[in-house]
Design a protein around this ligand. Sequence first.
Ligand SMILES: [Zn+2]
Length: 366
Amino acid sequence: MTNDSESFDAIASLLEKYSNAHGVSGNEDEIGRLLKEDLKGCADEIKFDALGSLIAVRKGSSPNGPTIMLAAHMDEIGLMVKYIDENGFLRFAKFGGWFDQTLLNQRVIVHGSKGDIYGVIGSKPPHVMTPEDAKSPVKHKDMFIDVGAKNAEDVKNLGIEPGTYITTDRSFAKLANNRVTGKCFDNRAGVALMVEVMRRLKGKDIKATVYAVGTVQEEVGLKGAKTAAYASNADVALALDTTVPGDHPGITKLDSPLEIGKGPIVAISDASGRGLIAHPQVVKWLRESAEKIEVDVQLGVGEGGTTDASAIHLTKEGIPTGTVQIATRYIHSPVEVIDLADIENSVQLVVAAIERAHKYFTKKNE
Ligand SMILES: [Zn+2]
């Protein structure tokens, strides 16, 4: 395992840039632009598909080399304006898996057509709560956003209407021990991992062709991965994403035996097998690649939640697929926590795997 502070700095600055940017499912343009800029120097071709997924292609040196699809979803969970009341308060729909309590009293950014507007998710003060109020969790349907408007007309003039996207206002910060916090590390950590892999492949003689794909709309149904997997026609695929560790109060090793700072997670299965059952050859490839470079991996067996891999492996006649995941505390909240060493070691693992891919997979006959 590495402890190189320079590579940590490079990864931290990518993660800071991507997680401070905004992109709820269906609105990934900003992240797509950042990715295009950052991948320009390390891809032979960059395009967007009709749904908005970014596809960066790095051609391999061997005509018989396999094609590897890397998929990192660019979207984040967020909110959308649903209704504006006569007093200028916004009601909203949830996009993605929020625990409603997490939203209460957050500061948010409303991405209006005339520019971003700050808002707060307001609630009844404790002074006027009944004992029942104090005990029961507030549902998102009972919450509202205050942008400082005096009435509905005021809101309209700010460029806010039903369909306007909303994200949480929380910026990246460093904690102790190379651990960092911010919003949407799910999945900007996967995006940072993918970009850093492409950077480190630069100048290397790689037999395989790599499709680095920033997918859209993962959090609302693994949608971008479906269309991009079809386009990539890959021989093997890896979803790069985040997952739940069981290493803090309120959760046990039985809920999740994974820990932050203990290395990349190679999923064996997720959603009790209803999502992905990783292809045995992909697991073998990843574990042997990790052994080769002496990076410890954690094996993931999840019972809830899944990744783009679920959609990718069912494409065309089937694509052998696995995942490399980063343990992320407080996932699907605006205060997610990650250990940068896990991203660094995941980068090293994926680079090593790509270098050796032709020994495990061959180009399919067309
Ligand atoms: Zn994710």
